[in-house]
Design a binder for this molecule. Structure first.
Ligand code: NDP
Length: 296
């Protein structure tokens, strides 16, 4: 293996350490406690795990955690009423509605109801527009975590060729915007892109956000390039025992690591940074709400 493995867990620990210190400082100097509210509708097992983990980490950094668990058949109007209450609650600085929502609820209507200033997921159309026009926005957590790791590895990203594979609203598109903002030359690839392997071979940075296990292999990667693997795919792992599974990324780690200069592993790469960035966004939202200087 030639690539440096970018340790997302260590990086996330560093970020949460800084958030913890800044939260303590806010409490001490302003008497303020940043608060994060998470709403879960239904009982999707993966979402349950994320919500529990978010609540635990929120408390660990010294913030107030508000959890709202609603039944799967909760009417959309009830969810909207809850969002209105949280929008008006001064103790809540960040609101996260766990996706996916049950089919009878219109995701776009719900996300649009969240006060953009409390939209720590960065999914509100106002934040999408602010990011796209280079203005101060709430930035979606996963791409923000990727950007932080890229900046830490490369320093200045100016002039680098970046290929983002995937064009979802939550990862691919905001990732492309962030890289563009940092002066990369950005190409966004998707399921209709022609000769995607050749395109990736031209890239100094490849960000994979596809949801297809090990799709990107070492022969797609330019020697020395940086590979950020956002994908989380669960595959059967009979070697670990009956019914066991393992997580793999969208990149074939072993072959990519032979060629790349640096690579994020799955698990232990982008994933841990996502929650760290959620906490950082909540702190930022709290500072903005009170007209205080934002953390770096
Ligand atoms: P989506 O399913 O919303 O988007 C996938 C994108 O990949 C689409 O733009 C799709 O193209 C593109 N795509 C699908 N197949 C191909 C292909 N064969 N070649 C090229 N492009 C293709 O996924 P998300 O963006 O929500 O998530 C992507 C991955 O990242 C998933 O594995 C998810 O679990 C993971 N993830 C990880 C997070 C973390 O914290 N680490 C957070 C969020 C997501 P098209 O638009 O043409 O259909």
């Amino acid at each position: 293996m030639t690539a440096r493995v970018i340790d997302g867990r260590a990086f996330a620990k560093e970020v949460t350490g800084q958030v913890t210190a800044q939260v303590a400082h806010l409490k001490h100097t302003q008497g303020l406690t940043p608060g994060l509210a998470v709403v879960l509708v239904g009982e999707d097992p993966a979402s349950e795990v994320y919500v529990r983990s978010k609540g635990k980490r929120t408390v660990e950094v010294g913030m107030a955690s508000f959890e709202h668990r609603l039944a799967a058949d909760t009417p959309q109007d009830h969810l909207i009423d809850l969002i209105d209450e949280m929008n008006a609650d001064p103790a809540v600085h960040g609101i996260l509605v766990q996706l996916p929502l049950p089919d009878h609820i219109d995701e776009a209507i719900v996300l649009a109801r969240v006060d953009p200033a409390k939209d720590v997921d960065g999914f509100h159309i106002a934040n999408v527009g602010l990011l796209a026009t280079g203005q101060r926005a709430m930035v979606p957590c996963t791409p923000l975590g990727c950007l932080m790791m890229l900046r830490a590895h490369h320093g200045d990203l100016s002039g680098l060729n970046a290929v983002v594979v995937g064009r979802s609203n939550i990862v691919g598109k905001p990732m492309a915007q962030l890289l563009l903002r940092d002066n990369c030359t950005v190409t966004v690839a998707h399921s209709r892109t022609k000769d995607i392997a050749e395109l990736c071979r031209s890239a100094d940075i490849v960000v994979a956000a596809v949801g297809r296990p090990r799709m990107i292999t070492g022969d797609w990667i330019k020697p020395g390039a940086t590979v950020i693997d956002v994908g989380i795919n669960r595959l059967p792992a009979p070697e670990k025992g009956e019914g066991k599974t393992r997580l793999v990324g969208d990149c074939d780690f072993d072959s990519c690591a032979e060629v790349a200069g640096a690579i994020t592993p799955v698990p232990g790469g982008v994933g841990p940074m996502t929650i760290a960035c959620l906490l950082a966004n909540t702190l930022t939202a709290c500072c903005r709400a009170h007209g205080l200087a934002e953390p770096d």
